[in-house]
Design a protein around this ligand. Structure first.
Ligand code: SF4
Length: 377
């Protein structure tokens, strides 16, 4: 039996994927806009995105796979109704973006796509060259997914399915197999006059519709930025400690989101969704790993998440966090010491002067000293 598009889609459903579309392996129509975005420096510290080899691969998929003819794009829902909004936005808790509540999606998706690719090899009987991709940055995934009919691009730059919202992961198989009945692209956008996501963003990360300035994005800073967070932005981070869902949560198309049937993406408990900030602040390497084992948060590492929790604690201003923040002034990480100093200043104001002066006097890291100088004026 020849391997047809209909058979491929049946197999995708059998493997548990909620969406599947096929599109010719052509350059993304948003490539020019992407290159403009890079030129404007909006990728922040993600310099790897601007590397010539990466850009070349995005321009021509045959750089990734010689003879590439087709992209099979799949979607897998991750939406879960686990906790109510009051719990999630409790300032004493650190909030984690919904995509990271379960097990690391890279592993879940990659394993399933590998099985899909193996099936394709057997079913086609010709051993086609093919490659599996999950969020590796080598492809303009959302744009290819739009071309494969999986959704439109929202003003928040996310891929949105008109009947299931935007809470699904995407992955791809690039293959040398060619078909003659590809999916029709979705409409470029269906936002109309809506601007909810642009208005809701607390850090004004959208300088214009369809353009995200990573340098102002909470998600970028709490996950990708491994350095110091601009003081000017911190107060707008609220209680987010890993990612951010705001521009997605406010989208009217989210009302169609269905709860995932994928057990791997359901959280074990509230600690994987909105842990107490004090638990994070007092964590050490082993307890941090135990808390977030096999979740995307574990990959970020303790230093980054404690830094983020210090910012959330500074926004909370809860007195119970004070002893933990004082303890963190002695942390091995200068990044943590500096952000803990900021959180103490926000929580205790002038009462923190003595603690911060002591820190300044014993500190030999220039960034921490500069932070304290800025706080004490
Ligand atoms: Fe588009 Fe409105 Fe959704 Fe933003 S919130 S992506 S403008 S529909």
């Amino acid at each position: 039996m020849p391997v047809t598009v209909a058979r491929i889609k049946r197999k995708a459903a059998e493997l548990g994927f909620n969406l599947c579309g096929l599109t010719p392996a052509k350059p993304s129509p948003t490539l020019a806009a992407y290159l403009r975005w890079l030129r404007r420096g909006m990728h922040g510290e993600m310099r790897y995105l601007a590397r010539t080899d990466r850009v070349r691969r995005r321009q021509d998929l045959r750089e990734i796979l010689p003879g590439a003819k087709t992209l099979i794009v799949v979607g897998l829902d991750y939406y879960a109704r686990y906790a109510d909004e009051a719990t999630l936005s409790d300032p004493a808790r650190g909030r984690i973006a919904a995509y990271a509540w379960g097990l690391d999606y890279h592993n879940v998706l990659a394993l399933r796509l590998e099985a899909f690719a193996e099936w394709l090899t057997e079913a086609s009987g010709v051993k086609p060259a093919q490659k599996v991709y999950v969020d590796t940055g080598a492809l303009l995934e959302r744009s290819h997914a739009q071309q494969a009919g999986l959704g439109f691009i929202g003003k928040n730059t996310m891929l949105i399915h008109p009947r299931r919202g935007g809470t699904f992961f995407i992955g791809e198989i690039i293959t040398a197999l060619e078909f003659d009945d590809y999916d029709a692209p979705q409409r470029e956008t269906m936002c109309g006059s809506c601007t909810r996501c642009l208005v809701a963003c607390p850090t004004d990360a959208f300088p214009e519709p369809f353009v995200l300035d990573s340098r102002r994005c909470i998600s970028y800073h709490t996950i990708e930025n491994r350095g110091w967070i601009d003081r000017e932005l911190r107060a707008d981070f609220g209680n987010w400690i890993f990612g951010c869902d705001i521009c997605q949560d406010v989208c009217p198309f989210q009302r169609f989101a269905e709860e995932t049937e994928e057990v791997a993406f359901l959280p074990f408990d509230l600690d994987r969704v909105a842990p107490q900030l004090t638990d994070i602040l007092m964590s050490n390497e082993p307890s941090f790993r135990a808390m977030f084992r096999r979740s995307p948060v574990e990959r970020a590492g303790r230093e980054l998440i404690v830094r983020n929790a210090c910012i959330a604690a500074g926004n909370w201003r809860g007195k119970v966090a004070i002893p933990h923040l004082i303890q963190l002034l002695y942390d091995d990480s200068a990044l943590v010491r500096g952000h803990a100093a900021w959180a103490l200043w926000r929580t205790m104001e002038l009462d923190s002067s003595k603690l911060l002066t002591d820190l300044y006097q014993r500190e030999d890291d220039e960034r921490v000293r500069a932070e304290v100088e800025a706080l004490l004026g």
